[in-house]
Write a protein that binds this ligand. Structure first.
Ligand code: ME8
Length: 489
């Protein structure tokens, strides 16, 4: 009987983004990082399920649709296309794209709420508070700016007093603390883990899980006067997309998620509320949540009013997808806050890609075409210099820790080593001086370095990887007809 071995599964998610607008470079950042991890695990032979999608319910969407003079459904159907187009332009290899207005999601959310209702963890109560539609969340008075506006959205919150259903989040402090400190729920980086632990230490308050006045939201199954609080609807996408209540086999295969990649703004939702809800309905908690930092654009907060919103599709048109993927992950240490600078994008593009990797490829292949067309260029681990081998070994470790900037720095240090080898050995002089064997050896070594580098860049720069793969497997070897990265003036 044939024995079937199932490869290790790896379920990775991004936040599902609000479709009230086009995607911007912030949502692109999270999605690129998740894509790199997904591609890396696919390269390792794992059974990867990479999910992204869009959040399409709630007052924020309804308000933006109204302002655009469209029905919410027509509005989200139009805007979701911008996300799909942007992810295609950036080479995002998602396996599934979930929209919260899909029937498969709505059905699963109904089931989830039925289950939640039966847990006895819900009760009816009065809520009075300040609601920020931009965040789709209540905001504390002390967090408003001097003008009484939400500091992130520049608008005053709505004063809301209504009777809602509540979830006893306050019961979960101890359980969450245990899960986090034991490592069963890993929160990275450390600073975010401490932030969550300190939130728990301060004491958790119960949360409203329904709204009476929200527009374009799903009705609560047992109380049609109320709608489901959009954040709970959204969080459940991670389960609905893999067949919760419908496809038991698929759900069992992929749940719990191996990692939710998010921005630090939605930490509490993912590290406190979401695990507590999952525990309440008897599901396992995600294994890891990684919350990266936020970045500004040329030193300023990303804002429509300032007009500095960067469309990732425009960036791809100017630089190509790989350059944007490289820049975002190389320039901003994943996990830290940072700044997206147009000047640094151009500088890094020229230095690391055009003059760095691109130049190394054309110089090396040009010399091989001229001086060593008859070499046998199979992948040969023995020819690869030992120090290159040991340096490149660090890359896997960095990717697994989501330290993408370190992984890329290591790969580019090898590009530099290869450049130095060319400068120091000057194969053209060796040829002229009758040291052909020595020159052939250097070129064979450089070729092996290119092969090794090309393997490592695959998750980060998929288009470049494919082009370089073609160049390195062509026989006879020829220099590229176009540079991999044309220099920007
Ligand atoms: O919060 N820098 O959706 P959203 C880096 N629907 N990343 C940024 C960023 C910046 N300046 N701005 C945004 C929502 N992001 C919810 C999510 S999940 C169940 C529901 C990224 O469209 C970052 O990943 O507001 C952040 O967490 C996400 O966009 C917020 O996306």
């Amino acid at each position: 009987m044939a024995v079937q071995f199932l490869s290790m599964k790896y379920y990775i998610t991004t936040p599902i983004y609000y479709v009230n607008d086009k995607p911007h470079v912030g949502s692109a950042y999270t999605t690129i990082a998740a894509d790199v991890l997904a591609r890396y695990h696919k390269q390792q032979g794992h059974d990867v399920h990479f999910l992204t999608g869009t959040a399409e319910h709630g007052s924020k969407i309804a308000g933006s649709a109204k302002a655009a003079g469209q029905s919410p459904k027509a509005f989200v159907d139009k805007n979701v296309k911008f996300f799909k187009k942007a992810w295609e332009a950036l080479g995002i290899s998602y396996d599934d794209f979930i929209r919260t207005t899909e029937k498969r999601h709505e059905d699963a959310v109904n089931l989830f709420f039925d289950k939640l209702y039966k847990t006895g963890k819900l009760y009816e109560g009065e809520y009075e508070g300040l609601y920020c539609v931009g965040h789709e969340a209540f905001i504390k008075e002390e967090d408003l700016d001097d003008q009484g506006n939400c500091p992130d959205h520049g608008k005053p919150p709505e004063k809301i007093k209504e009777s809602n259903w509540f979830f006893r989040l306050s019961d979960y402090g101890e359980l969450l603390r245990d899960k986090i400190t034991s490592g069963a729920l890993k929160i990275s980086p450390e600073i975010r883990r401490n932030e969550v632990l300190s939130l728990i230490e301060q004491g958790l308050e119960d949360i409203a899980i329904s709204r009476r006045t929200a527009k374009f939201a799903l009705p609560l199954p047992w109380d049609k006067e109320q709608t489901i609080y959009v954040w709970l609807d959204e969080l459940f996408n991670y389960c609905s997309a893999i067949g919760y209540g419908k496809d038991k086999k698929k759900f069992k295969r992929y749940w719990p998620a191996d990692v939710h990649i998010i921005g630090k703004d939605i930490l509490k939702f993912h590290c406190v509320i979401w695990p507590a809800l999952l525990d309440a309905i008897g599901e396992e908690l995600p294994k890891q949540v990684f919350a990266h930092g936020h970045f500004t654009i040329d030193g300023q907060k990303i804002s429509k009013t300032l007009g500095n919103v960067v469309d990732p599709v425009d960036l791809v048109a100017d630089y190509g997808a790989d350059a944007i993927r490289y820049f975002l992950l190389r320039d901003i240490p994943f996990g830290n806050d940072g700044d997206f600078s147009h000047t640094r994008l151009k500088d890094r593009y020229n230095a690391d890609l055009a003059n760095g990797l691109g130049n190394l490829v054309s110089r090396t292949l040009n010399m091989i075409q001229q001086y060593a067309p008859d070499q046998d260029y199979q992948a040969n681990n023995k020819i690869l210099p030992r120090e290159v081998k040991s340096t490149l070994k660090l890359v896997d470790n960095y990717i697994e820790k989501l330290e993408f900037h370190h992984a890329l720095a290591v790969i580019w240090s090898v590009v530099k080593t290869a450049d130095n080898t060319i400068e120091e050995t000057k194969p053209w002089q060796l040829m002229k001086g009758g040291k052909e064997d020595r020159a052939q050896k250097v070129l064979a070594e450089l070729f092996q370095i290119l092969l090794a580098v090309n393997k490592q860049i695959a998750p980060f720069l998929p288009d470049t990887h494919a082009k370089l793969d073609q160049l390195l497997s062509a026989r006879p070897i020829k220099k590229p007809s176009d540079p991999l990265f044309a220099r920007k003036a």
